[in-house]
Design a protein around this ligand. Structure first.
Ligand SMILES: Nc1ncnc2c1ncn2[C@@H]1O[C@H](COP(=O)(O)OP(=O)(O)OP(=O)(O)O)[C@@H](O)[C@H]1O
Ligand SMILES: [Mg+2]
Length: 273
């Protein structure tokens, strides 16, 4: 039998890269092991209320005595800390970072590592991938029942990278009733389906007033997806020191309906698996 041929430097480098990728994947899988259901809140369109839905959903679940983590993966424009009015960042514990807790939710965000809130962070896919991996590996999440992930808008490499890296269990799609938002939501759903990932349901935000109502429900019917509920356009979301669902009974009731629908979908998914 002939002895194996010596690898060329290029082949050695390639092999080292494959090994590194494999180890990194294993580290991420290990960090995600203790985390229950991972839910991405997403829409292709900007400004439709992803961060609002992600934060209010997280505090709603925490108020139901669930252990909840909120991971702000809008690396370019992290807004979760602003919405939750968090002033303290994570605390170092050996090699790990312990995320701050606010309204019963453990929060991690790129914003904690920005010197200046107005600063623009312009990162490409591989850097986002590395940042997310590093967050995952270095954060002491504990064993949350849910991890809610606030995604950046668009269908470019930023949200795609987050989706692929985090291996999310499913998505909540946010749309307004407006026809253009609905069209973008449809694109987002098709993108998620293309990646063989799951849409848990659709939320219609900013319902009523100038935008009208019903676009989210119609989209859910057309795409044969669960409709989780509406969030009315409301001044309760303005100038608040707290997420609106903790201040307003009507907003709290809307989020209770959405979280119930979401839990039902997650349970259906579990019974099928
Ligand atoms: N139902 C609502 N009624 C009134 N204002 C709302 C409602 N939902 C969200 N808003 C407001 O709309 C603005 C945009 O919401 P938000 O930041 O959650 O959107 P987003 O989809 O996360 O945006 P981006 O794409 O930039 O990440 C915020 O000022 C928020 O307070
Ligand atoms: Mg946002």
């Amino acid at each position: 039998m002939s002895s194996p041929r010596k690898l060329t430097p290029a082949e050695e480098a390639r092999l080292a890269q494959v090994r590194e990728n494999f180890q990194e994947r294993r580290r991420v899988t290990e960090s995600l092991e203790g985390i229950g259901t991972r839910i991405g809140v997403y829409s292709g369109k900007g400004g439709v209320g992803k961060t609002t839905v992600a934060t209010n959903l997280a505090v709603t679940l925490a108020a139901q005595n669930k252990d909840v983590a909120l991971f702000d993966c809008d690396i370019d424009c992290p807004n979760v800390t602003r919405v939750l009015r968090i002033s303290k960042g994570p605390v170092q514990n050996g090699e790990k970072l312990v995320p701050p807790e606010r309204f019963g939710v453990k929060v991690m965000s790129m914003a904690f590592f920005q010197d200046n809130e107005d600063e623009a962070i312009v990162w490409r896919g591989p850097m986002i991938h590395n940042a997310i991996n590093q967050f995952l590996n270095s954060t002491e999440w504990g064993n949350p029942d849910y991890m809610i992930v606030d995604l950046p808008p668009g269908t470019s490499d930023a949200p795609l990278t987050v989706m692929q890296t985090l291996d999310l269990d499913g998505f909540v799609i946010v749309t307004t009733p407006h026809e253009l938002a609905v069209l973008d939501a449809k694109r987002s759903i098709n993108m998620i389906k293309k990646m063989n990932l799951k849409v848990l349901g659709i939320v219609e935000n900013m319902s009523g007033g100038v935008f009208g109502t019903g676009g989210g429900q119609a989209l859910a019917e057309e795409m044969e997806l669960p409709f989780l509920g509406v969030l009315t356009m409301s001044a309760d979301y303005m100038n608040s020191q707290k997420p609106a669902s903790l201040e307003s009974d009507s907003v709290a009731a809307e989020f209770a309906t959405i979280s119930e629908g979401l839990s039902a979908q997650i349970n259906i998914g579990k019974s099928i698996d």
